[in-house]
Design a protein. Structure first.
Ligand SMILES: [Zn+2]
Length: 436
């Protein structure tokens, strides 16, 4: 009796763990013609020789990767000595068998496993084996096929997803790039904020996630909703936010400026600017890296994100970067854009906002002179104002502010050629070139 149980167990292991994967189809029929192992043979573990180490990418789960290789997640967990594969994080290594070639399609509302089997001339059991979960409109369906490609763990039509940097320091910006198998639109939801993705071409979309310096560091979730061909699918991916290091500044302005430190005045000005924070212009006019907003390099006198206390009255954080520029120095546009605001504010002094599209807006405070009007186009490198000491300012300097989807972020990240750690967007001039 014990021997019989042992034999069945050995058969099961052979069936699920050690079968060849090259053909993309089950090599044995459900009735099985596998020769029984010798009675005294210890059940062999999965043949790991063809397995390779895979580093978990963003949004990948071991269960999906196992399924992609035609295996049960338990078998992969056992082979990797994992108690709970769901706990593995991005960057962890896991050994996997080679993936089976797969064709990915999206399920339509009237699709059933049987309808898909008939449509693609496949046995029903094979459709069910690769897609054990119930179908719904927009769900990614995996099928074996002659023109098969390696499957992905992302839902159809998303074929690849990149995010960088990861983890992202609070106060900085993360860039998401999606590749899709057919033209698609998408929306990204994070921190109770929903933002559109913007198209790069027929197969690529991008989205920006701007994070406040005041948010808590930790593990967050980003929900991505993709629409294509009348279908909608949504999935979530993790976003790790690290704390970063921010300083503290105690500023004691002269008495004449103290009336400007009134919390009501500060809040009123913030509320006034809220309307501009909500503006989203789809057309991207910026390119990485951004141009420096002054004609020459000058030292930073106050960094972005520093916690601030104005004479102990107003607490908050520094929402931009202060450059030690002298009065009258020209201020230059870091990218092409349109003037959103050009007026005198009480605390910010003479202020200009430039809209660069794709969710990116830059701001310039305390100017001595403004040379542009609302609605005017500016070009990258074009002078549009002069540095000054207007508003709540204790000396001539340029306060450079950047909003990503309405959130003030560290603009200096965008000055680096590698702002998004290896991930970049195509230059603007290649986007409008028609395909020959
Ligand atoms: Zn400042």
């Amino acid at each position: 009796m014990r021997r019989k149980t042992w034999l069945i167990l050995a058969l099961c292991l052979t069936f699920f763990c050690a079968r060849p994967v090259a053909a993309g189809r089950l090599p044995v029929t459900p009735t099985s013609s596998v020769a029984p192992p010798a009675v005294d043979e210890v059940p062999a573990p999965a043949d790991l020789s063809a397995w390779t180490a895979h580093t978990l990418q963003w949004g990948e789960k071991v269960g999906c990767l196992a399924q992609r290789s035609g295996m049960d997640v338990t078998a992969v967990a056992e082979a990797n000595r994992l108690l709970n594969p769901a706990l593995l994080g991005v960057g962890s290594a896991v050994n996997l068998p080679p993936p089976e070639p797969r064709l990915l399609v999206a399920a339509h509302a009237d699709d059933t496993p049987l309808a898909l089997a008939v449509k693609h001339n496949l046995p029903l059991w094979e459709v069910l084996r690769l897609n054990p979960a119930p179908l719904y409109a927009g769900k990614s369906v995996q099928l074996p096929g002659a023109e098969a490609e390696t499957g992905t763990c992302l839902p159809y039509p998303v074929s690849a997803l990149s995010v960088s940097p990861q983890p992202v320091t609070r106060g900085r910006t993360a860039l998401f790039v999606l590749e899709t198998a057919e033209p698609a639109a998408c929306e990204i939801r994070y921190l109770e904020q929903s933002e559109p993705c913007y198209p790069l071409d027929d197969a690529h979309l991008y989205a920006l996630v701007g994070l406040s310096a005041l948010m808590d560091a930790g593990a967050y979730t980003v929900k991505i909703t993709v629409q294509s061909d009348g279908l909608e699918t949504a999935f979530t991916v993790p976003l790790d936010v690290s704390a970063g290091r921010y300083g503290f500044q105690y500023i004691d302005p002269p008495g004449a400026l103290s009336k400007l430190m009134d919390p009501e005045l500060m809040q009123g000005e913030l509320d006034y600017l809220a309307a501009w924070r909500a503006i989203r212009t789809p057309e991207r006019a910026w390119e990485l890296p951004l141009a420096f907003p002054l004609p020459q390099q000058v030292p930073v006198s106050a960094g972005y994100g520093d916690r601030r206390s104005y004479g102990g009255m107003v607490d908050g954080y520094h929402s931009g970067v202060d450059y030690r520029a002298w009065g009258g120095m020209r201020v230059l546009a870091p990218a092409d854009g349109v003037v959103l605001l050009a007026e005198r504010l009480e605390a910010r002094g003479n202020a200009v906002l430039l809209d660069h599209g794709g969710g990116l807006v830059t701001g310039y405070w305390h100017l001595s002179r403004i040379d542009v009007e609302v609605g005017q186009h500016v070009q990258r490198g074009e002078a549009f104002a002069l540095v000054g000491n207007t508003g709540l300012s204790t000396g001539a300097h340029l306060h450079w502010e950047m909003w990503v989807n309405g959130v003030a972020v560290d603009s200096t990240q965008w000055l680096s050629a590698d702002a998004f750690s290896g991930l970049s967007l195509p230059p603007l001039d290649t986007l409008d070139v028609p395909v020959q």
